[in-house]
Structure formats: structure tokens, C-alpha cells
Ligand binder design. Structure first.
Ligand code: ATP
Ligand code: MG
Length: 577
């Protein structure tokens, strides 16, 4: 490809509304253009990268014998009503009606459609297991589209779905897909972690997310130094930081008429550290207990993990904090986080660490009254001790192997064991080996194709632009001819090398524009082509060319007649066509 025939579309200015570095660089390097909020046009350079990522994914899917299909983006609302997600999915689901007033949605994901397909196509164990996938545009009406294609409204996803009659078969495919995702991320040369994850609104039991590590990530993931445990902080298990509950030393004492309005003055007044007190969250209770509200208590230096809390059967889902009116009515007090368990008229569930605390301090249910020397059993009771706090860096790894650290990650993939959730709702059943009709077990496997590209840039860039991993670079080599419009020697040498590289199926861009060398070199750094060759009259005099790897600082001079062999030795990608 020659730049004079190519829509290079690089731009110098950093767009002011682009916050993420990948968003800035994708605009500046001419990969994407915004059409409207969360909607992007992919320009030729972006499309080349996108096609490379797609090809890598197809290859990985072929390896696990996944079969490619294509499902419509427009989906009947009736299917979403059957699965109950018409209600549960919320406003991200874009709904509309056709001319006959029938409900439709723009597909944010395809569990319903694929289950409807399977309901008709599969009726016997002889047709199972089977694994289907597609690479396709999804639409989610995100409340705040941001960071370019990282969180857009329209984006490309690889979504796969597997179908089974036995759990062992689902486990096997799930592990194969897990490994396939690891292979894809390794081929993309990304630093990533596969982590245990919460299943969220999609349902099911077992789930893993794949995160590309980057400071700009919206998720936090916890992992130990041995890589034997990794989980999204939403899910990461915690243990008590106190090994045992000590015997009470202090008597329970009530302190009256003390006006304290925050935890710091509370600690100062009693001369205690934060580990000696607690933090209480009053939330709405579920029908499982005989109370409208329930208190969830963590140690004051810890934070409630709302996702873990929402999974407690005693707690109403989605988790809702009680209003001050409700607290007033049930407890007779305006909400205070220092509120303690003594004489609390609602049940309480405590975090494991809290269950090991003794002689602690907290507020009473009466205004301006406090208790010192609180001890469980003697002074107050709890319903259950559970894991309901947010993990912290330095916590013990739940598998007892080392210490956890926490890093930011960009979620690029998410896989789930859905079980029977969709097959029950949509009546997808098959006859098992015993001749009995049984709901089909499902797995689903999502990979954000366009988000992967933004994540790759977050991890691979410098102040001059993108530094593409070799496997997804829009071009492998760029030839910059200095003064190419004036020097016939430069023009000829550039053309010869260009032809030679093309014959070897190396994707090469020849920069033959009539612009300054400064602009050419800056543009090629910006779009991040891994290998750069500069040809000038000066180097040609010595029968040499100048070579620079985008990841390195220095240039090398290579005899022009060995240039091709030299490039081939740099592990250059040769495309297969
Ligand atoms: P997030 O928590 O980031 O919103 P999600 O849990 O909603 O993601 P899934 O429903 O599991 O995502 O979708 C599978 C993959 O699709 C995600 O791992 C992500 O890579 C990609 N994806 C999801 N939403 C978007 C979006 N708005 N823009 C770009 N990619 C997305
Ligand atoms: Mg989402």
C-alpha cells in the first residue's frame, strides 16, 4: 500500500474530549472517527487491525471445533420477555417497534436467540455437545459511553455458546474455551490475568473474566504472587484478619451525652485505633427473614462489598440501603455508620473479622450514647458471620498461598457456565441417553473484539504513538523514502524493496507523500508500524538503508542487498494470502 493512495487520516492535535490514551491515539492515528456518542466509524488503518484480531480469534475457535454462525442483530422482544430479561436488562436494551407494532430489540448479546435456535435444531443427546460462535456487532445503550471503543454503544463481540446434557461435558468445554482465550491473549502479546468473577445479571454459577492489566482499567483485580489465585475484587474472597476472638477484658459501659459526628473524633475521644470499632450498613431485608431491615457490619477500616452482600439470602436483591426514614421507624434513630449491635432491634450479619473482634467500641441506638467494651455473646448477638467485605492489598490469599495485590484491569472477556437458566425459560430440551427429556445445559463465552484493540494500545504506546504488538499491526513494515519525489535513486530503491516485501507476503506501507521527512517519521511512529526502513540518498551512497524497530530507541544501518533477509530474521509477520 502507498500512502498516496491510502486514507491515512492522522491528526496532530489531541482531541480534547478523549480522556483515555487509547482513545486519543486511535483518533490521532486515524483508526476511528466518532459518528455520534458511542458510535464509531473504523477507518482503513483501524479496519486492518480489527481484521487481524478477528483472524486470530477465528483461528482459536477453529482449534476448539467451534462452528461459526451469524444471528440477526435485530431480535424479537418476545424472546426477551420469555427469558424475563425484557424487564431485568434495564435501559441498556434498546427497544423499538416495527410497522406492525411488534416489539424488537437491538441485540446486546445473543443467549435468547441462540437458545431459540437450539430449541428447534437439537432434540437428542446424539447431537450434543455442540459449540457455536459468531463475531458480530452488539448494541448496548450504555448510560455513559466513554474511552472511545472501550465502552461504546455499538461494539464488536465474539460470542460463543455451548450446549450439553452433562455437567462434565460443560466443564470440559468451559476449560477449553478458558484456554482458548488465554491463547488469544498470548498471541496478541498482552499482559493479562484470568480471574474468578461474579456472574452478574447474565446468571449462572461459574464465571471467569479476562483482564488486560492497565492503569486505566475500570475493574480492580486481586491476585497472589504465585498466580494460583486471581479474582475480580467484586468476587475475591476474604478471611478474618484476626485469627481468634480474644476473651473479653473490658466490661460493657454506656457513655452518655457525647456529641460526636465522625469516626475520627470518636477514635480521638476514646483514644482507640480504627481496628477497635465497626461500620454498619443498614439495608433492606429479603423475605427470608422476619424483618424489614438488616444490619451488615464490617470493621471500620474495611468496606462492605455490595456484590457479595447482595448474594446473601437474607438481603434483598438488588441491594438497597435503607432510607433515614426507614431507619428512624425501625430503630428509632437516624442512620449512623458507627451504630453498634447492642440492643439493636433488627438482626445483624457480620463480616468474619468482626466476629473475631472483642472489647470494641460503637454507638448505641440512642442519640449521643456510645458503648465501650462490647463483646459478642455477652453483650450482643449476630445471625451469621460471613465474608462480606472488600478485599484489600496485603490480605492473605484465600488459597493460603501468599499475599494478594490489587491492580487495575480492562475486562476484555467473560465466560459463564449458565446451566439451565435460558434452556428452562425458553424450553430448550433434549432426550438424554436414558430416553428422558432434559433441559439443555449451556455455557456462554464473550470476547470484546473492539475493546481488545483499545486495551492493546493502553498497554503498548509511548509519547510518540502506538507500538503495535507484531500480530495485530496494521502493517508490518513501513518504507519511508526521504525526498522520494525528487530523488530517482531513492524512488527506485524504495520501489524495489516494496515489491520484494510484497512478494514475500509482508504487509508493507510505502510512504511516498510529498511531505517533510519530519511529518513522515512522526506519522509512522504514531500509527505504530513495528519495523521502519528509511531510504535516503545519504544511505544509498553507502549501499545501506536505515532500520528502526518501533520498540527501540536506536537505528541500525543494513546493507541494502541483505535488507530482506534481515527483516525476515526480525520475526516479521507474513500474511497467508
Ligand atoms: P462491562 O462490565 O465492562 O460493562 P459486561 O460485563 O457488560 O462488561 P459482557 O456482557 O460479559 O460484558 O460482554 C462480553 C465482552 O464484551 C466484555 O468482556 C467486553 O470485552 C465487551 N463489552 C461489553 N460491553 C462493551 C461496551 N460497551 N463497549 C465495548 N465492549 C464491550
Ligand atoms: Mg456492561
Amino acid at each position: 500500500m502507498r500512502t498516496t493512495q491510502y486514507l491515512l487520516s492522522t491528526q496532530k492535535e489531541t482531541p480534547s474530549d478523549a480522556l483515555a490514551i487509547s482513545h486519543q491515539l486511535m483518533l490521532k492515528a486515524g483508526l476511528i472517527r466518532k459518528l455520534a456518542a458511542g458510535l464509531y466509524i473504523w477507518l482503513p488503518t483501524g479496519t486492518r487491525v480489527l481484521n487481524k484480531v478477528v483472524a486470530i480469534i477465528h483461528q482459536a475457535m477453529r482449534k476448539v471445533s467451534a462452528q461459526e454462525i451469524q444471528m440477526p442483530i435485530v431480535q424479537p422482544g418476545s424472546l426477551w420477555k420469555s427469558s424475563k430479561r425484557w424487564h431485568d436488562y434495564g435501559l441498556e436494551l434498546l427497544r423499538f417497534q416495527d410497522r406492525h407494532n411488534r416489539d424488537f430489540v437491538l441485540g446486546p448479546t445473543h443467549e435468547e436467540v441462540v437458545t431459540e435456535l437450539i430449541r428447534h435444531e437439537i432434540n437428542s443427546y446424539k447431537q450434543l455437545p455442540t459449540l457455536l460462535y459468531q463475531i458480530q456487532i452488539k448494541f448496548r445503550d450504555e448510560i455513559r459511553p466513554r474511552f472511545g471503543v472501550m465502552r461504546s454503544r455499538e461494539f464488536m463481540m465474539k460470542d460463543a455458546y455451548s450446549f450439553h446434557l452433562e455437567q462434565t461435558s460443560l466443564d470440559q468445554t468451559y476449560h477449553q474455551m478458558h484456554d482458548a482465550y488465554c491463547d488469544i491473549l498470548k498471541t496478541l502479546q498482552l499482559n493479562y490475568r484470568a480471574v474468578e468473577a461474579d456472574t452478574g445479571s447474565i446468571g449462572g454459577h461459574i464465571s471467569h473474566e479476562f483482564h488486560v492489566l492497565a492503569e486505566s482499567g475500570e475493574d480492580s483485580i486481586a491476585f497472589n504472587e504465585h498466580n494460583t489465585y486471581a479474582a475480580n475484587v467484586e468476587k475475591a474472597e476474604t478471611c478474618s484478619v484476626l485469627s481468634i476472638r480474644k476473651q473479653p477484658h473490658l466490661p460493657l459501659k454506656q457513655v452518655m451525652n457525647l456529641e460526636i459526628n465522625n469516626i475520627n473524633t470518636f477514635m480521638q475521644h476514646f483514644d482507640i485505633s480504627i481496628e477497635n470499632t465497626i461500620k454498619t450498613y443498614i439495608v433492606k431485608a429479603s423475605d427470608a427473614i422476619d424483618s424489614l431491615l438488616i444490619a451488615l457490619i464490617v470493621r471500620a477500616d474495611h468496606t462492605l462489598n455490595e456484590i457479595k452482600a447482595a448474594h446473601l439470602p437474607e438481603v434483598l436483591t438488588p441491594l438497597q440501603l435503607a432510607t433515614s426514614d426507614e431507619i428512624q421507624k425501625q430503630i428509632g434513630l437516624h442512620h449512623t455508620t458507627l451504630l453498634g449491635p447492642v440492643n439493636l432491634p433488627i438482626p445483624c450479619i457480620v463480616d468474619h473479622t468482626v466476629s473475631h473482634m472483642s472489647d470494641f467500641y460503637a454507638a448505641s441506638t440512642q442519640p449521643n450514647q456510645y458503648y465501650t467494651g462490647i463483646n459478642w455473646d455477652r453483650d450482643a448477638q449476630y445471625l451469621r458471620a460471613v465474608d462480606c467485605r472488600q478485599v484489600l492489598p496485603g490480605d492473605k490469599s484465600p488459597d493460603n498461598k501468599g499475599i494478594l495485590s490489587i491492580q487495575k484491569g480492562i475486562e476484555v472477556g467473560h465466560i459463564f457456565q449458565l446451566g439451565e437458566k435460558y434452556s428452562q425459560a425458553l424450553q430448550a430440551k433434549a432426550i438424554n441417553q436414558q430416553g428422558k427429556l432434559q433441559p439443555i445445559l449451556m455455557g456462554c463465552y464473550g470476547l470484546g473484539v473492539t475493546r481488545l484493540i483499545a486495551a492493546a494500545i493502553e498497554q503498548n504506546h509511548d509519547k510518540n504513538g502506538i507500538i503495535w504488538p507484531e500480530s495485530i499491526a496494521p502493517f508490518s513494515v513501513v518504507i519511508v523514502g526521504l525526498n522520494i519525489d525528487k530523488s530517482t535513486d531513492v524512488k527506485q530503491a524504495a520501489q524495489t524493496l516494496y515489491d520484494e516485501l510484497q512478494q514475500h507476503n509482508i504487509e508493507v506501507l510505502l510512504d511516498d507523500r510529498q511531505v517533510s521527512s519530519g511529518i513522515k517519521l512522526a506519522d509512522m511512529d504514531l500509527i505504530g508500524v513495528p519495523h521502519r526502513i528509511v531510504i535516503s540518498d545519504k544511505t544509498l551512497k553507502k549501499q545501506e538503508i536505515e532500520y528502526k524497530n518501533r520498540r527501540e530507541k536506536t537505528v541500525q544501518y543494513i546493507p541494502i542487498n541483505t535488507c530482506l533477509t534481515f527483516l525476515l530474521r526480525q520475526n516479521i509477520t507474513q500474511c497467508s494470502q
